[in-house]
Design a protein around this ligand. Structure first.
Ligand SMILES: C[S@@+](CC[C@H](N)C(=O)[O-])C[C@H]1O[C@@H](n2cnc3c(N)ncnc32)[C@H](O)[C@@H]1O
Ligand code: SF4
Length: 427
């Protein structure tokens, strides 16, 4: 049966777009609230990659060493500016782009961050070509606890289609590299994507077989998320998206992952209690540093400029490089909390009451009623939990949330390209 899903797809697309409308202007960052410094995660964005994958709507440029030198020097100043107004962080997540693209700069950033902030956990994204013993040892010594590797698929034909075979190797080579890295960190996470056009259920089943054989500590299965720009590119190169296939593949992965994993989020599965991929649910607040980074704190989303030139200029003037802000209303704040907590599969109802002074049943009356009727939620006195059906609905909601974020990224990138006179080599 595929009846409720098309309606929900439309509902979530509209809702996420309307929630994620941003203000423009010049913005300042408020000093850290008293007593709160340790509550924040620091997200750091490194916007460089060797080549640009066609499905990706993250903020990234083709690597250029001169640009990277200036970027890392500026990034450090931005972190220092947060320190100066009272922020401290217990967790750091370095994402991209490809953060390991310049190891010297990365190691210096890690060293400075560890001596400046009260970091207890560091998570880092990379690509399979960096899984070599020397790099793995260096990263471990530099304090990285969780390494997240973008694999996407082990299917050679599909790797060719998405432009990753040449650069990152065949499915077999990637498996061998992963095998050598499993156990080297507290958590080795493998990112896979499902519902890529041209990806068949059989091909996806083989990916699940490989995971069953490798058993990495953690696997994150992203549904393909296509902002309008990415969708147009993919349609031309690989064909149209099919959400029925998304549902089918999600059912396949839920069935298979149950044997050896527990769910950390609706799309992330862990073999033990490990650092989870979705920092947006592990921490209620996160600060975003670097060009194109998003932060969420003070009930607002802050987006840094996508223009590398503007980023460097602003920091040179000791201004925070924020280009867009979305201040949430009270209702939006509590909806965001509800969405993120249940993305982590369960929510303590008393936590909600404590935070917002009202029960979730009262605050989100219609939403709760519809989700209960659709069989998405299970509850007892203290806890609200997603059922298997609910998990898929949350995948849909979060897919639309991130597509709305990606659409905003596309827009900011267009403005940045116009400003910098870029030839569009950025994706
Ligand atoms: C932005 S990348 C950064 C790390 C690294 N460069 C890589 O390719 O893995 C992190 C992960 O985002 C996921 N991703 C990127 N674009 C996506 C898209 N359009 N839809 C779903 N997942 C996507 C991929 O699984 C990727 O591994
Ligand atoms: S998915 Fe590809 S383009 Fe996107 S960040 Fe990773 S390597 Fe770069």
């Amino acid at each position: 049966m595929y009846v409720v899903e098309p309606v929900l797809n439309r509902f979530y697309r509209k809702k996420m777009r309307s929630v994620l409308t941003f203000d423009t202007g010049s913005f300042s960052i408020p000093p850290c609230k008293a007593g709160a410094p340790g509550d924040y995660l620091l997200y750091v964005h490194i916007p460089f990659c060797e080549t640009l994958c066609p499905y990706c709507s993250f903020h990234r440029y083709v690597y250029d060493e001169g640009q990277a030198n200036a970027y890392f020097a500026t990034l450090w100043q931005e972190l220092q500016m947060y320190k100066d107004i009272g922020y401290d962080f217990t967790g750091m997540y370095i994402g991209g782009g490809t953060p390991t693209i310049n190891m010297n700069h990365l190691l210096q950033t890690l060293e400075k961050a560890r001596s400046t902030f009260s970091l207890r956990e560091i998570s880092l994204e990379t690509n399979p070509n960096y899984l070599i013993p020397e790099t793995l040892n260096t990263l471990k010594e530099a304090g990285v606890n969780r390494l997240s590797v973008g694999v996407q698929t082990f299917d050679d034909a599909l790797l060719q289609e998405i432009g990753r075979f040449e650069k990152y190797g065949s499915g077999r080579e990637i498996q061998d590299k992963l095998r050598s890295a499993i156990g080297a960190f507290d958590t080795l996470n493998v990112d896979l994507i499902f519902n890529i056009p041209l990806q068949t259920p059989e091909s996806f089943r083989c990916d699940l077989d490989v995971i069953g054989d490798l058993l990495p500590e953690q696997v994150t299965f992203y549904p393909l998320m296509a902002s309008p720009n990415v969708e147009a590119t993919l349609r031309e190169r690989l064909g149209a998206m099919d959400f029925r296939k998304e549902k089918q593949m999600y059912g396949m992965l839920l069935d298979r992952m149950r044997d050896n994993y527990t769910g950390s989020t609706a799309w992330c599965f862990s073999r033990k209690t490990s650092m989870i991929d979705e920092y947006i649910i592990a921490y209620d607040h996160y600060v975003g540093a670097g060009s194109g980074a998003f932060g969420y704190f003070n009930d607002a989303i802050y987006i840094n400029t996508f223009s590398l030139d503007e980023y460097i200029e602003k920091i040179r003037r000791r201004e925070f490089p924020v280009t867009r802000v979305k201040k949430f209303t009270h209702q939006e704040t509590l909806y965001y909390f509800f969405l993120m907590k249940l993305f982590g599969l369960s929510m303590n109802k008393n936590d909600f009451i404590q935070k917002f002074g009202v029960s979730c049943r009262k605050a989100l009356r219609l939403e709760m009623l519809l989700l209960k009727l659709a069989g998405a939620l299970r509850e007892n006195d203290t806890t609200l939990e997603l059922t298997d059906r609910g998990r898929y609905y949350w995948v849909m909601a979060m897919r639309e949330f991130f597509i709305a974020v990606d659409t905003m990224r596309d827009h900011c990138r267009m403005l940045a390209d116009t400003r910098d006179g870029s030839d569009g080599t950025e994706g």
